[in-house]
Design a protein. Structure first.
Length: 420
């Protein structure tokens, strides 16, 4: 007879995205006393679906069983209506960030051990793969957005570019800047340009670089990227999609996500933090979803709205995407007028759609013909601005959640656009 665990293991390998199947496999592993493996499988599910109650139940049950003293008799898994006297939140917090993960074992590749040996560190302290490069782009390379570039220059770049004056006023060379605005409007490109202006290394961090299925490893990853930035100062440490990495702790029921925010706070202004020469930038479409503690003084205390591209920026973006394509009779002025409210990503999609129409006809006729305004007009009937839902949310925030004035620049833009 086939072992049910082996059968489920094979099924999970064949269908790795089936969360229900993986949770069932984790439950059977816990039943079999393989608690570390059960936690690992449940953590894979929680990484994709933090709200999955069945996976969280497996983690709690397996962690509790693994923590039983040797020789003790583990309690049977109770139904949901039992053990009401147990504070599950406290129990979860107690196992969420141990000094050394006691429930699983990690396999360290040989090349990782060699790199660690050279650095004089243990395998668990080895830096994860992080993108570290020198940026050559500058703010001048960003088309349009003069208001945004001026605010960045005045509030962030000028103080950082004059360290002797900053030192005279007792200001340390560190800073946090949060870029926010509609999706697809160039926040990441602006962050790269800031690094280029400062002549600093650029380290880009996304959610996938931080989150780890092993308990306590996400916090270690945060520490490692900050340590890399300190070792390569001056450096710009850039967190993309900050609303995912630093989401409100009050809305996160799974403690690993809360602990990521806690670790960022420690790294940014903890007693032992040495962040001189480390400039921490972040980008988000939804700053109202970022934990409030991250936006307090000394952290991301400066926020700049990255608006949708204005007329000059839209013309520059269209020129870039049309530059290497065969074109004929393109009226940029007309296109700029017709694309008000388009994001940079929308403009790229518009040009790509028009190019596909010209390409399709070229294939049909067997002769390459250039893109024309007819193709662009046809594409405009299909491609619409994508920032509408964001504008609606921003309008609600501006009307009901701006008591502190932190979104005043967004309110000003909404009024200019007659959206408020």
């Amino acid at each position: 007879m086939t072992d049910p665990l082996s059968a489920l293991e094979a099924a999970v390998q064949a269908l790795p995205d089936d969360r229900t199947l993986r949770v069932r496999y984790a439950e059977l592993l816990a039943d079999a006393g393989r608690h570390g493996e059960a936690i690992e499988q449940a953590s894979v599910v929680l990484r994709e679906a933090p709200e999955d109650e069945a996976a969280k139940a497996v983690v709690r049950r397996a962690a509790l069983a693994a923590a039983e003293p040797p020789g003790s008799t583990p309690a049977a898994a109770p139904p949901d209506d039992r053990h009401e006297d147990i504070d599950w939140s406290e129990l979860e917090a107690s196992i969420a960030n141990p000094t050394e993960p006691p429930f699983v074992e990690r396999v360290v590749a040989e090349h990782d051990e060699e790199l660690v040996a050279e650095a004089g560190e243990t395998a668990e302290d080895a830096d994860p793969v992080a993108e570290l490069r020198r940026e050559t782009v500058r703010l001048a390379d960003v088309g349009g957005l003069e208001v945004v570039k001026r605010r960045i220059d005045e509030s962030f770049l000028q103080p950082m570019a004059h360290p002797e004056i900053a030192a005279a006023f007792g200001k340390k060379l560190r800073g946090g800047l949060l870029l926010y605005g509609p999706p697809g409007c160039g926040k990441t490109f602006l962050a790269r340009a800031i690094a280029g202006e400062l002549g600093a290394h650029f380290i880009s961090v996304t959610l996938s670089d931080v989150l780890d299925r092993f308990i306590g490893e996400s916090e270690k990853n945060i520490h490692r990227v900050f340590r890399t930035a300190r070792e390569h100062a001056p450096a710009v440490l850039f967190f993309d999609e900050m609303d995912a990495i630093g989401a409100k702790r009050s809305g996160n029921t799974f403690s690993s996500f809360r602990n990521v925010v806690n670790q960022i706070l420690v790294e940014m202004d903890g007693v032992d933090s040495q962040n001189d020469g480390v400039y921490v930038l972040a980008a988000t479409n939804h700053p109202w979803e970022v934990d409030a503690a991250l936006k307090r003084p000394g952290r991301f205390d400066r926020m700049v709205l990255v608006r949708p591209p204005d007329d000059d920026a839209r013309e520059a973006i269209l020129r870039v995407h049309l530059r290497r394509r065969p074109i004929e009779g393109i009226d940029l002025g007309d296109l700029v007028r017709r694309t008000k409210g388009f994001s940079g990503a929308d403009l790229e999609h518009l040009v790509t759609t028009a190019a596909e129409k010209a390409m399709t006809e070229s294939i049909r006729t067997g002769s390459v013909r250039p893109m024309r305004m007819d193709d662009m007009r046809a594409a405009l009937k299909e491609v619409k601005p994508s920032i509408g839902p964001w504008v609606q949310t921003a309008r609600n925030v501006a009307e009901y959640s701006n008591g502190s004035g932190e979104y005043d620049d967004m309110v000003e833009w909404l009024r200019e656009e007659k959206q408020l």
